[in-house]
Design a protein around this ligand. Structure first.
Ligand SMILES: [Mg+2]
Length: 184
C-alpha cells in the first residue's frame, strides 16, 4: 500500500499568516504571505532562528486563529486515503504539539495518524510527500521518492521534475499521485 506523508504547516494549516500577523503587530509592518519569498525569510528580517521560533510558538498558542489552507480538509484528506495510507507528518518543536492536536480536532482531523518528527522527512518510510518546503522537496526527490509540492510563495524556485510536481491544492496532489505515482 502506498504511504503518503501529508505536511501540516503550509499544507493543511496556514500558520505563516498568523506568524506574519504577530510580526506585523510587533513591528508595525505590513508583511503579507506573498512577501515571503524564501524558506529562511526570517534571516532577511534580521532575526535569529530562536526569534523565529518564539513567534512560531505564539502562532500555535493562538491555534484558533490559524486558518486551514483550503476549505473542507476532511473530504480532501479522505480522497487522498483512497490512494494509500495517509499520515500527517510534521517537524516542529515539542512545545507546540498540544496546540496542533487541538487544531486538528477542530478541523475534523483529530482521528488521523499524526507523526511528530525531528529527523529529515526524506529518511522516513513514505513513498510520496505532500509538502511545501523547498528544502524537503529537493531532499525527498534526491532519494528517489515523489513530492507533490504545495504551491506557496516561498517554494516558487523549485522546478517540476520527474519526482517533483507543483500542485495548487490537495485535489491536484490527488491527481498527481493517482496518475503519476500509482499510474492508474
Ligand atoms: Mg510545511
Amino acid at each position: 500500500m502506498l504511504k503518503i506523508a501529508l505536511d501540516l504547516d503550509g499544507v493543511l494549516a496556514d500558520s505563516i499568516s498568523v506568524w506574519l500577523a504577530i510580526w506585523n503587530a510587533l513591528k508595525g509592518s505590513s508583511l503579507k504571505l506573498e512577501d515571503v519569498k524564501s524558506w529562511d525569510f526570517w534571516k532577511e528580517l534580521g532575526i535569529t532562528s530562536g526569534e523565529f521560533h518564539r513567534i512560531f510558538y505564539k502562532t500555535w498558542k493562538n491555534w484558533q486563529l490559524i486558518p486551514p489552507t483550503e476549505p473542507d480538509l476532511v473530504s480532501k484528506v479522505s480522497m487522498l486515503e483512497e490512494l494509500g495510507k495517509v499520515d500527517i507528518v510534521t517537524s516542529r518543536p515539542k512545545n507546540t504539539r498540544e496546540y496542533v492536536l487541538k487544531w486538528l480536532e477542530r478541523h475534523g482531523l483529530g482521528k488521523k495518524n499524526i507523526l511528530f518528527v525531528k529527523s529529515n522527512k526524506s529518511e522516513l518510510d513514505y513513498d510520496v510527500y505532500i509538502d511545501d518546503s523547498p528544502v524537503n522537496a529537493e531532499e525527498i526527490a534526491s532519494v528517489g521518492k515523489y513530492v507533490a509540492l504545495y504551491d506557496r510563495p516561498w517554494n516558487k524556485c523549485v522546478k517540476n521534475t520527474d519526482r517533483i510536481k507543483r500542485v495548487m491544492n490537495l485535489e491536484e496532489a490527488y491527481s498527481f499521485i493517482k496518475t503519476h505515482v500509482l499510474k492508474l
